[in-house]
Structure formats: structure tokens, C-alpha cells
Design a protein around this ligand. Sequence first.
Ligand SMILES: Cc1ncc(COP(=O)(O)O)c(C=O)c1O
Length: 457
Amino acid sequence: MTLDIQTAGQIDRASFFHPFTSVADLMRDGPTIMVEGQGVRVTDIHGREYLDGMAGLWCVNMGYGHPAITEAIAAQSRKLSYFHAFNSMSTDVAIECAEEVLKRAPVPMARVFFGVSGSDANETQLKLIWYYNNLRGLPKKKKIIARKYGYHGSGVATASLTGLPSMHGLFDLPQGPFLHVSSPHYYRNAPDGVSEREFSRQLAAELEALIAREGADTIAAFFAEPVMGAGGLIAPPEGYFEAIVPILRAHDILLVMDEVVSGFGRLGTYWGSQAIGVEPDLITAAKGITSGYFPMSACLVSPKIWDVIEKGSETAGLFGHGYTYSAHPVGAAAALATMKAIDEQKVVANVAELAPYLHESLKRALGDHAHVGEIRGRGFMVGIELVADRATKAPFKPELRTGRQVLKAAAERGLITRALGDTLVFAPPLVFTRKDIDELVSKFSAAIEAVEPSWLT
Ligand SMILES: Cc1ncc(COP(=O)(O)O)c(C=O)c1O
């Protein structure tokens, strides 16, 4: 690092166009500049250390500086730093990686397609679905159903699929054959006195009515995250997928599980699909596949879909889709080392064991707090929704920017969280220990306490 602290901040503001950032906030407050990471901690340019309660962006599952993963990346860069996979080209590591991913699939999967991000992987899924129905002679069956507050990426199609208004307005989105059904947000959306199961039945009825209105012969697929992440950390209510999936099956509508966050252990099962008990036709993975060390994604394709693609290939010709960096050998090496480390360090079992402790500890510390509306989630995904009035669930005035205030107070105490509006979320590395959880809860409680007086004004 050759830049001094002040210059780094100035150059950042003057030259760096940040993703998902308020330019006004950046200009006012400047960036937070990280320079090092080790285990579950990162250090900023001032030498301040933070416990990373978000595993970067829900991705550094094995912690920072993992010796086996960093070494695999270095060794592969030296051996074969790049080769592509177009026109039947392949690499030894990509072959091994494909086999290892399929071995771990929650249901038998026929093939895996590699990309570089969750967004491009969901883009691939959309194109695969349309390709599949064209090959089946069903050219009308193209609409895609997703959920309000679902997050599936930020490309033109995947941001359209995403159910967040903030990603639509000024970008002229959504565009394309995308339909959104209600979010399964029990705390916010369920009518008073309705049980979780009854709420799930109501959501299933809404889906059924939409299919009847649009015509099942026009609907191709349903996209869902096992637990909704970026849209506010929303776990499905009891009986939700049980009620939804049979409707999809009855109408020949594919189920795509977006496991970009939940894949590779985050919910205490290897796949989120296993945690919620569904058998998807297509699975999207990214983030945890390399523990965030290298941009890589995977689309897992079921035999039912693959058979149609394989049979159709004599007449369809070239499968005209892919990326320069699909199946990048360095990414494949990173993924192989990550999968091996997940197994050897038994991190999925660690999450299964410690997730109840994480949720209970937060509830013990903050569950009765006058401004904590709900503490929710599953596995190593937890959200704390702050409200102005617990009894009425009334939110804080947006101009208070309560979530952001708490996020800053937590950072001042050496803890990284993320504010999704006024819901603060944690998705820690899967190698978190009981002690790390205690530290997280104590620092977060102190942050809430520090900000609280400003809510009363
Ligand atoms: C569920 C889900 N799908 C897709 C994406 C998009 O992934 P990426 O940011 O790698 O494009 C994300 C990113 O957070 C995600 O959480």
C-alpha cells in the first residue's frame, strides 16, 4: 500500500464508482477502507479491527486468509492461469470441480454450468428455461414468477426478477416477462390473528389465482431463495414451500432455488433446499462456492432439463451462451479447495450446532427491547428489525436512518453488520465460534444502546 490514509480517501471519492452506494453518503462520510483480513476479522486502513458479522457480503464462509484456499489459488495461477471452456475445451481442474459440485448436490443433478457471479448465473438460468421450453415446442411458456423482496441479481433481467422497488424506478425496470407474488413476510404481511400455516395457504392461493389468470401454458418457472436475504432477511413461514411446490408441479412450472447465499452450508445444511425440504429443478450457487475468494457461480441442471437439451442439440446446433471466465481454472481450484475445507473443518455441522445459540443469544439480549420488532431468520442468517413502536409495528421515520445509525455505532465498536432499511442483519463466516457469537451480541447490544437516545427525540 503506497497511499497515505488521507490521500486514499480523497482518491476514492474522486475516482471510484461504488456499487450499491449512496454517492451523497460517500461524499459526506468518505469510504471505509479495508486493508487486511484474517480468520473472522478484517482491519481497516487506520489499523482498527472489526469482527465481520457479514462474512463480507454473505460469502467469506471459511474466513479470511484460509491457507489451503489461498495456496490453491496461487498454485493454479502458476500452473495454468487461464483457459476457456468454449467449443469443447476443458481443463483438469474444471472437470474435477464439476464432478465435486454434482456429488454434493441435494438431489440428482445432471450437469453444472459455471459463471462468475450470482447475477450471471441467474441470467443463465433464465436463458436455459426459455431454451428448454423452445426445444420442447412450448414457445408460449416463458413467464417467470418471483417474489416481492426477493433478490436475484442486478443485471437487466435479474434486477427485473428481483422484487425490490429501489432497483427498478430510475433504471426503467422491470422489463421482460416477470411477475411478482407477495413476499412470505409473516411479521409484516400476515393479517392479525392468522397462523403461519394459514398465511402460507393464503400465499399459495394467491399463486394459484395468478397462474389461473395468466394461463399455466404461459408460465415457465418460479424463482425463490430458501431464506430471503438482501430483501430484508425473511424466512419462509411454516408450511410455505409445502403449499407452493405442489402447485408448481401440477402446472409444469420449474422450481429454481436461488442458493447464492444459502448454498454450501449457511443454513446448517449443505444446501438451503435441504433446510426447507424442497427438490428443485435448477439451483443457482455462487459466493460460498469459493468462500468469496474468486468470482465464480454454478447453475445445477436436473436430468429432466438436461435430457431435453442433449436430445435437442443435433438440431439446435451450438449452445450459444457462456462467458469468457466460465469455469475459470483458478476459480475451479479455489472451489475445490473450499469444498474440501468445508468437509474437513465440518463447518456445516458447526452452523447446525451454533445457529440456535446465535438466535437465542440475540433474543436474550434484545428480544424484549422496546424498539426491537422481531428477531428472525434461520441458520447463520439473522435479521433484527427495529421499529418505532413495538405494539403497532410502526417503523421509524425514514429520515432518522435508524438502520444506518446502528450500523455506524456497531462499526465504531469493531463489528460489521449490514442495514437493510431498519433491519440489521448478520451472516457470519461459517467458522464462527461460540466466543465470536458472544462478542457479536455484546458489541451489537452496545451499539443499540448508544443510538437509542436519538430515537426518542
Ligand atoms: C440470493 C442472491 N441471488 C443472486 C445474487 C447476485 O449475486 P452477485 O452479486 O454475485 O451477482 C445475490 C447477491 O447477494 C443473492 O443474495
